[in-house]
Design a protein around this ligand. Structure first.
Ligand SMILES: Nc1ncnc2c1ncn2[C@@H]1O[C@H](COP(=O)(O)OP(=O)(O)OP(=O)(O)O)[C@@H](O)[C@H]1O
Ligand SMILES: [Mg+2]
Length: 217
């Protein structure tokens, strides 16, 4: 279980994250939603260890894999871009197949389109093993088919290893159809927390209600 206590992140005078208490169960798939600047990436970076909290504590059991918001390509072809994480070739090909990138396997990764690059970035992450998978907007650059492929790959990965998944998103599809739990952040604070169905039916606050209405489901 991940336990967060009194977690705060400040930049100068500004508090951009303020979570008094949050528990995330092992094996849970949690979607983090919220407007631009609401603190989603900050929370993922703190949990992933790349940003230091200003206050508070959290516990993370086991190993972590992290997919950043901005996808990047290393030099060389797509296969090299996956093998660089330590994966074996058969795993790399299997993932490229799954994310419909195998026809580009020997092309330069730097020449990929935005959506293709994001799917490659997911291949790189999912080629490893972890207890906690952190994904920062994994479908943001994807078209409808790409988003479906990404969601299936995440779900299959979670099922195969039983890891906990925390992913930030602006996509109703990811927040509602691919998660057990939905947390909505507003200016660094938790505004809603529950199953996607519960949150849709009863958003809790007026703010959360209008935020969800903006999804136009
Ligand atoms: N290094 C930094 N210095 C100052 N402010 C920062 C820094 N990093 C993030 N912030 C601020 O913290 C707030 C939260 O940023 P964060 O990246 O977590 O938002 P987000 O919810 O991921 O937004 P988006 O949907 O645009 O990705 C923003 O207002 C941002 O400007
Ligand atoms: Mg972000």
């Amino acid at each position: 279980m991940i336990e967060i206590n009194n977690l705060k992140k400040r930049y100068g005078e500004r508090t951009v994250l303020d979570i008094p208490s949050l528990s995330i169960n092992d094996g849970e798939t949690l979607a983090l939603a919220g407007a631009n600047g609401s603190g989603k990436t900050t929370l993922l970076k703190i949990l992933g260890g790349t940003v230091k909290a200003s206050e508070g504590s959290f516990s993370i059991p086991g190993s972590i894999l992290y997919m950043p918001q901005n996808s990047y390509a290393f030099r060389g072809d797509l296969i090299r871009n996956i093998l660089i994480s330590g994966a074996d070739r058969s795993k790399a090909f299997e993932l490229l197949e799954k994310l419909e990138l195998s026809h580009l396997a020997d092309k330069k990764a730097k020449s990929l389109s935005g959506g293709e690059l994001q799917r490659l970035s997911l291949c790189r992450v999912l080629s490893g093993k972890c207890d906690l998978l952190l994904l920062d907007e994994p479908t943001s650059a994807c078209d409808a088919n790409g988003a479906e492929l990404v969601i299936k790959a995440i779900k299959d990965y979670q099922k195969s290893c039983g890891c906990t998944v925390i992913m930030s998103t602006h996509s109703p599809l990811l927040a509602l159809n691919a998660s057990d739990r939905l947390i909505i952040l507003n200016s660094g604070k938790i505004e809603a927390d529950g199953s996607p169905e519960e949150t849709l039916a009863n958003p809790g606050t007026q703010w959360a209600k209008s935020f969800i209405a903006g999804w136009k489901i």
